[in-house]
Design a protein around this ligand. Structure first.
Ligand code: MLT
Length: 403
């Protein structure tokens, strides 16, 4: 008789954005006359930029001819893309070799899959609130202990509360973790830390033989000078950090799918190279991102591509400003939205995050994401994304101001 992975049965409810999607659809089906504005999941609304589209067309044409047709992509990624990424790191003072870069279909998959190479009894530490993939994926592998619906915490996870008192930045935990998940600029709070603060985490990880899984999916949104774009800007990060990056938010690839993970060769568990383990895992379970999309990724690094994507980021950051200022003038307490496309607001009065979700949907026809969906310390908070259109963002703020 077959048996299932019972760890899945311990998972509470459905994936956060599936729940938001289902609730929103139920409302829209029941009220087809309402113009609902979606500022929930961080999905982009601008089309791919001209240089990227041109690269996709060109690569598509190559696929139409015997001489230039491509079959399976190299499982770790095409050299042209890995080399463009390596050069970008060099521009930030980080020496990342081509064979330390693994091309994938996005940071979500990589951050969910990275746990495959760690021991079953690995103790993880996460920010609270946190992007739910890190915790759920570890729960699926049975490393998080038991879930307590009352505290909304897993018994074996080390939570690092990120609350207004600490500027939504994690503090070194009392118990030493094996794997530390950090995401900066942060999803969901939009907070960041300075390079010297990140350096403290790198030193701590090296001192304690822990590894940092660093999600830098939102680095393109950094506007302040002393905020690091990569953990490899810190000394010693090559021996303790894995970094994930995405093309979704900086270049609009949410529908085309492309990302990468850096696993430095200097990162070792005893004398075992973590880079080789990830190469083994990636080569076995992943057949390479599509050639056409990797060419599109390469175009992102061209001078024209860089100009276009920075205009795209500027467009979304203008939305972020509109949301921040709009909410502040409506009397909300707001953070984020300066180095990140997410705005984190305190729900009014004693409303819970889900109560505010319903309130905003029913009274302003706006969809956002309840903070408690990201973890217990997110209760009483709410996340809005700057990835809507300019017009819908302006309208959303007008509706909120009228509430
Ligand atoms: C989010 O809204 O948190 C993200 O868009 C989800 C994701 O990138 O998977």
């Amino acid at each position: 008789m077959f048996r299932i992975n019972e760890n899945y049965l311990k998972l509470p409810g459905s994936y956060l954005f599936s729940t938001v999607g289902k609730k929103s659809k139920a409302y829209m089906d029941a009220h087809p006359d309402k113009k609902v504005i979606k500022l929930g999941i961080g999905d982009v609304t601008l089309p791919l930029s001209p240089t990227i589209i041109a690269a996709i067309h060109k690569a598509t044409d190559e696929m139409a001819h015997k001489e230039t047709f491509k079959g399976y992509a190299p499982d770790l990624g095409y050299e042209f893309l890995r080399s463009a990424i390596s050069k970008e790191y060099a521009g930030r003072g980080a020496e990342i070799a081509i064979d330390e870069i693994f091309i994938s279909d996005g940071a979500k998959s990589d951050s969910g899959n990275i746990g495959d190479i760690f021991a079953d009894d690995t103790k993880i530490a996460v920010c609270d609130p946190v992007y739910p993939v890190y915790v759920d994926a570890n729960a699926m592998s049975g490393r998080t202990g038991d879930y307590n619906p009352e505290t909304q915490r897993w018994s074996s996870v080390i939570y690092m509360p990120c609350v207004s008192e600490n500027g939504f930045a994690p503090e070194i935990p009392d118990e030493v973790p094996d794997v530390i998940y950090l995401c900066f600029p942060n999803n969901p709070t939009g907070s960041t830390i300075t390079k010297s603060e990140l350096q403290k985490w790198v030193d701590y990880a090296n001192d304690n033989k822990a590894v940092i899984v660093y999600d830098a999916a939102y680095e393109a949104y950094i506007s302040e000078d002393d905020v690091p774009h990569s953990i490899y800007e810190c000394d010693g990060a090559l021996t303790c950090a894995i970094e994930m990056r995405s093309f979704s938010k900086n270049a609009g690839f949410t529908g085309t799918r492309l990302g990468f993970t850096v696993v430095p060769k200097a990162l070792k568990a005893g004398d075992v190279s973590v880079n080789s383990l990830w190469a083994r895992r990636h080569g076995t379970k992943f057949n390479g991102a599509p050639y056409i999309i990797q060419r599109a990724g390469e175009a992102v690094y061209s001078p024209e591509g860089q100009k276009e994507i920075s205009a795209m980021v500027g467009y979304y950051m203008n939305n972020a400003k509109i949301i921040r200022e709009g909410l502040e003038s409506a009397g909300y307490t707001v953070s984020g939205g300066v180095n990140a496309p997410y705005i984190w607001l305190k729900t009014p009065g004693s409303m819970t995050s889900w109560e505010f979700f319903d309130y905003l949907l029913e009274n302003a026809n706006i969809i956002g994401t309840p903070g408690s969906g990201f973890g217990p310390s997110g209760e009483g908070y709410f996340r809005l994304t700057a990835f809507g259109t300019y017009e819908s963002t302006v309208e959303a703020m007008e509706r909120i101001k009228k509430l």
